[in-house]
Design a protein around this ligand. Structure first.
Ligand code: SF4
Length: 342
């Protein structure tokens, strides 16, 4: 096996949860050049991974959209002469891409929309965590991944980290806790009042409060900031993904919704508390990689879909509204004192 490709062109969390797969390929065939294909915005986060030979960008919603873009990318892949492609991403387009690229061994899940284009398929076990599901693809090529590889890892650039954090307003040695109140999906967002109460209580405990978020989360972050008793450092919209990973690698804790940054925290070893609403960890995307606690409210309507939703179909949104700040604060204090489950 001289060259292998992992295709994961979905969301940030999916990319992070696929990291053990390419690490396992490298363990199985140490001389193999392992590449990964992701959407361009996630590439900077994984470019320092020592197991990867190259991170290929597939701008499937932009410059490479449509059949012409697919063919261009297929020609690029064909030129690399891969021996093996592993495709945890279940889309028709990803599977077709690998067929067009003429990769001789193409492995994916049997329920993928483009399963017909794979040469080998593996059943998707919906009861497993996504990390284990993704690793199960290797069974189709006779590889059993080592257990130690199960925790996703991100490789964070550390030189001048203290200066970088100081530039953002976090002094060397400061004990700080972060909140990430955003999510693409409205039903995965806990309340700004809840996040503010948690940050305020932890500030009373002596931790510097920090609010995080991407460019699309600035409104939520500002709402949290406005409700805090102690003014937090608000870095929403100011950090790149690589900078977010660096910051979280130094944080005492992240309290977050079920989101991509939750998986970033897990992959850099940051203790975390995750608040789950319309989704459940049983769907396979719970926190992994670092000490963690999940706070959730039991309701018969949960989960109301495999992903989040734009609004609660029952209009009461009790899955999030019933979660009390005191519960989350208690989980955070347990995590900060090392009592978190892993
Ligand atoms: S239907 Fe239930 S799980 Fe879904 S958003 Fe509403 S309260 Fe939450």
């Amino acid at each position: 096996m001289k060259r292998a490709l992992v295709v994961q062109t979905a969301y940030l969390g999916d990319v992070i949860l696929s990291q053990p797969l390419w690490a396992a390929v490298k363990r199985a065939w140490p001389a193999c050049e392992v590449d990964v294909l992701v959407q361009p915005q996630w590439a900077p986060l994984i470019e320092r991974d020592p197991d990867l030979h190259e991170v290929l960008r597939f701008d499937k919603h932009g410059a490479a959209r449509g059949l012409r873009g697919l063919r261009r990318m297929a020609n690029r892949l064909r030129a690399r002469q891969y021996d093996l492609a592993l495709c945890p991403h279940p889309s028709f387009r990803s599977a077709l891409l690998l067929r067009l690229a003429g990769i001789p061994l193409r492995v994916g899940f049997d329920d993928s929309a483009g399963a017909v284009f794979f040469t080998n398929v593996t059943p998707r076990d919906r009861a497993q965590h996504e990390v284990d599901r993704v690793l199960s693809l290797l069974a189709a090529v006779g590889v059993r991944p080592p257990d130690a590889i199960r925790a996703p890892r991100l490789f964070v650039d550390q030189p001048n980290a203290d200066e970088t954090l100081a530039k953002w307003g976090i002094e060397p040695g400061a004990r700080f806790v972060c909140a990430h109140p955003g999510s693409v999906w409205a039903t995965k967002r806990w309340t700004p009042e809840g996040f503010a109460a948690v940050l305020s209580d932890l500030a009373d405990d002596g931790y510097q409060p920090v609010v995080l978020g991407g460019a699309d989360d600035v409104a939520e972050a500002n709402q949290v900031q406005d409700r805090c008793r102690t003014l937090p450092l608000n870095l929403a919209g100011r950090l790149s993904l690589a900078e977010l990973a660096l910051l979280l690698s130094r944080a005492a804790l992240l309290v977050t919704n079920d989101s991509g940054p939750m998986h970033v925290a897990g992959a850099v070893g940051a203790p975390l508390v995750a608040v789950f609403g319309s989704t459940t960890p049983a769907l396979g995307y719970g926190p992994v990689g670092s000490p963690s606690r999940v706070v959730e409210h039991p309701l018969p309507c949960r989960p109301c879909g495999p992903h989040g939703r734009r609004r609660c179909p029952l209009d009461h949104f009790d899955c999030m509204k019933k979660i009390k700040a005191e519960e989350v604060v208690a989980a955070c204090r347990e995590a900060l004192t090392g009592d978190a489950a892993t």
